[in-house]
Design a protein around this ligand. Structure first.
Ligand code: NAD
Length: 278
């Protein structure tokens, strides 16, 4: 069983659906966890739950897109725990402002003002989604990896997506950003190998969470046409639940299990990536 006693894990986006479970799990295996999120109440309630279960947790309000906010969090973590061993770059997500209305462009769409086509995609919206998913990982790594240099068993886990492998329709900004995350994971793995930091990523399949529920669920809770397409292309015929990701996370963070693994992007997707659809 993975043992992270005396290890400190920093988790960004820790108030969210997937990363709150990551934080709880790392704490359950002995790590002291720093929970960073834009929404302080969200990370505070996760920290409270961890403490009630006997773990050590520190909730910090932090915006991964602002270096000063990250540096302030780093100082707080350093004062409280005195080290950083594990960084989970989980803050991310999609936003409707980075999406097209339709899957494919049809002649005549330019005349329909109600549509967001490729041609009138909002620069700010695209930029926001790209920045959050890519720059939020890069900036957090610049701040926290400095603490991890030349110590035993440091590691970083980035969160990519199925949209990195083959882009998903409607979400060009999110797909581009997650592809950049997968690429950057490999770059970092090489760059930090001599410094003793392993860098890997998890590429989750489809999990219904706050960032994608508008695309996946109708207002009455039934599955959208997009959900039905996803389930058709997922051989295991279901959406993932956060617990499905936990084993891979613990494996990647545990040097006894994955000490010679760096630069990988591991799909946890019920077979989505393997299936051509035919
Ligand atoms: P979520 O919306 O539940 O969690 C994301 C968290 O990030 C939220 O708590 C939010 O407050 C926080 N956040 C947003 N902007 C931030 C910022 N600037 N600074 C700090 N925190 C910020 O979403 P989730 O589904 O749990 O997603 C977690 C990660 O997994 C994301 O990177 C997402 O892209 C990725 N992912 C999710 C799925 C899925 O199906 N849900 C699939 C593949 C990848």
């Amino acid at each position: 069983m993975a043992d992270f006693k005396n290890k400190v894990a920093v988790i960004t986006g820790a108030g969210g659906v997937l990363c709150s479970v990551f934080a709880e799990e790392l704490a359950k295996h002995g790590a002291k966890v720093a929970l960073l999120d834009l929404k302080k109440e969200a990370s505070e309630s996760v920290a409270e739950k961890i403490k009630q279960n006997g773990g050590t947790a520190l909730a910090i309000e932090c915006d991964v897109l602002h270096v000063e906010s990250l540096k302030k969090a780093d100082e707080e973590i350093w004062n409280a725990f005195g080290r950083v061993d594990i960084l989970i770059n989980g803050a991310g997500g999609n936003h409707s402002r980075g999406c097209t209305t339709n899957e494919t462009f049809q002649m005549g769409d330019l005349e329909k003002e109600e549509l967001t086509t490729f041609f009138n995609l909002d620069y700010e919206g695209f930029h926001f989604v790209f920045q959050l998913n890519f720059m939020g990982t890069l900036l957090a790594t610049q701040v926290f990896a400095k603490r991890m240099l030349h110590q035993k068993d440091s590691c970083i886990v980035n969160i990519s997506s199925m949209s990195a492998m083959t882009p998903l329709t409607k979400v060009p900004a999110y797909s581009a950003a997650k592809a950049a995350i997968s690429n950057f994971t490999q770059w970092e793995a090489v760059h930090f190998a001599d410094a003793g930091i392993r860098v890997n990523a998890i590429a989750p399949g489809f999990f219904i969470t706050s960032q994608n529920e508008k695309l996946l669920l109708n207002t009455d809770g039934s599955y959208t046409e997009r959900s039905q397409k996803i389930l058709f292309k997922t051989p295991m015929k279901r959406f993932g639940v956060p617990a499905d990701l936990v084993g891979t996370l613990l494996f990647l963070c545990d040097a006894n299990a994955s000490g010679f693994i760096t630069g990988t992007v591991i799909p946890v997707d019920g077979g989505f990536m393997a299936f051509s659809g035919v």
